[in-house]
Ligand binder design. Structure first.
Ligand code: FMN
Length: 194
């Protein structure tokens, strides 16, 4: 049977396009840089790229503070958030959070062994990366990192992000964690799929 799409989306309509991108479910990470001015940012654009050499990428909006931090520092950490860490995701997506080291007061973290980037305690996995290449991607930059260290911390479910909502896999199925990320909230700008 030929199922008609619900509605055609104009690719140049950012609201509709974000909604369409948002139908692709992702996990959620926090990207961090260490040093004198540490910074963290929630990102669902994390993607594994290559096993040999080991590479992973994240897309960062050019206007984000993280964009500058990442270029300056050249090294970064990635924490893959567990199902119970939705508040952490909200914190690092909130543009009103404190800047610098103070933004990490709200979470437990340890410095990455190689880069010193803050790694979020309780995450499913931690990666430390050296910036390998960056590519222009419209209003985002695609940062490809070469992996310097990898730790699988625990076998558990991660937090999911789909259609603008955080969700969790439970024995009964997929459950909503909270209400939508509010429209107009900084978090709703969610990278390429937020
Ligand atoms: C679930 C979720 C995923 C997000 N993913 C990304 C992303 O991949 N890239 C990005 O640039 N922003 C993403 N954002 C938005 C940023 O986290 C948000 O704009 C943040 O405040 C930017 O931080 P900064 O400007 O302080 O660095 C996401 C937000 C949410 C809620």
């Amino acid at each position: 049977m030929n199922v008609q799409p619900e509605s055609a989306v104009e690719p140049t309509d950012p609201v509709q396009l974000r909604r369409a991108f948002g139908s692709f479910a992702t996990g959620v990470t926090v990207v961090t840089v260490g040093g004198d001015c540490p910074h963290g940012m929630t990102a669902n654009s994390f993607t594994s790229v290559s096993l040999d050499p080991p590479l992973a990428l994240v897309c960062v909006e050019q206007q984000a503070i993280m964009h500058r931090s990442l270029l300056e520092r050249g090294q970064f950490g990635i924490s893959v958030l567990a199902a119970h860490q939705e508040p952490v995701a909200r914190h690092f997506a909130n543009r009103r959070r404190p800047l610098g080291a103070a933004q990490f007061d709200a979470v437990d973290w340890t410095p990455g062994r190689v880069t010193g980037a803050p790694l979020i305690t309780g995450a499913l996995a931690h990666f430390e990366c050296e910036l390998w290449r960056s590519y222009e991607g419209g209003d985002h930059t695609i940062f490809v990192g070469s992996l310097l260290s990898v730790r699988r911390e625990q076998e558990a479910d991660g937090v999911l992000f789909v259609r603008g909502r955080f969700r969790q896999i439970t024995p009964e199925g997929v459950a909503d964690l909270t209400l939508d990320v509010p429209a107009g909230h900084a978090a709703a700008r969610g990278g390429v799929t937020g």
